[in-house]
Design a protein around this ligand. Structure first.
Ligand SMILES: [Zn+2]
Length: 258
């Protein structure tokens, strides 16, 4: 069971720093993109669950406001170049505290650590985590998991959503080169698209996906940032230059970017 912000399960900055070193050493996942700065006073972190292979799944929390925005990267392990973008977001949030006025921002940089380490879309059980949520349109087949939430990584994400009731969720994927949305997220997607070179494209909610569950079943806007395949070659700085404003737009909507 996930505990809310302020619970003693959240750690102080020293523990966070040690934890970061441990996590990135164990995971072996794009560790060259580790965050440049973690301010001890700016963040709390929680291990929201563990993968099949016992890797921790971390959620970084910033702020305490009532408007909660959740960012998720690398639910598909072979799309892990979304993770450095998530780390860049963490760096940026700590520099620009205006983002936290009235808000809580949650960032999960690596939602599928086993798949990320193996370079596979699925988790180590060969299940697509983005088909494992208890959405109305879910299909019980082996590659989607034999039942909803059969995979611990999907359970961890579902519990975060249950605990925090985010107003919107942004999930970073690749390589479909667009901004997709599920649930009531069209205007947020349009605002994100205004400040990057990706179009808004309605792809449709796949069975048992995060978009189908959170967007369509729970009615919470889900914005899917689908990076380009060529973005894999970019540095973290270059990724942020291309897409940072789009992520910030997702945070501040309906406010205008400053
Ligand atoms: Zn994906």
């Amino acid at each position: 069971m996930i505990k809310m912000a302020g619970n003693k399960r959240f750690c102080d900055g020293t523990v966070i720093a040690l934890l970061l070193i441990a996590v990135w050493t164990v995971s072996g996942c794009v560790d060259s993109y580790a965050p440049k700065v973690i301010s001890p006073l700016a963040t709390s972190t929680e291990i929201i669950g563990t993968s099949v292979q016992n890797r921790p799944i971390e959620c970084f929390r910033f702020g305490n406001g009532p408007h909660v925005i959740l960012f998720i990267a690398s639910i598909h392990g072979n799309e892990s170049f979304g993770t450095p973008l998530a780390w860049e977001l963490i760096n940026y949030i700590q520099k620009d505290r205006r983002l936290l006025n009235g808000r809580t921002i949650l960032v999960i940089p690596v939602a599928n650590p086993d798949g990320c380490a193996a370079g596979t879309r699925e988790n180590i059980n060969e299940v697509d985590l983005n088909r494992n949520f208890p959405a109305a349109n879910r299909i019980n087949i082996t590659e989607y998991g034999t039942h909803p939430l059969s995979e611990p990584e999907a359970v961890a994400l579902k519990e975060v959503i249950q605990a925090y009731h985010p107003a919107r969720v942004v999930s970073i994927h690749a390589p479909l080169s667009c901004i997709d949305y599920d649930g009531p997220g069209q205007t947020i997607a349009e605002n994100m698209a205004r400040v990057c070179d990706l179009p808004v494209t309605k792809l449709g909610a796949h069975p048992g996906s995060l978009g189908a569950y959170v967007g369509e079943s729970l009615g919470i806007p889900v914005l899917t940032l689908e990076l380009r395949a060529t973005d894999r070659e970019l540095s973290a700085d270059e990724l942020w230059a291309k897409y940072g404003r789009s992520l910030v737009a997702a945070i501040v909507y309906p406010e205008i970017l400053y």
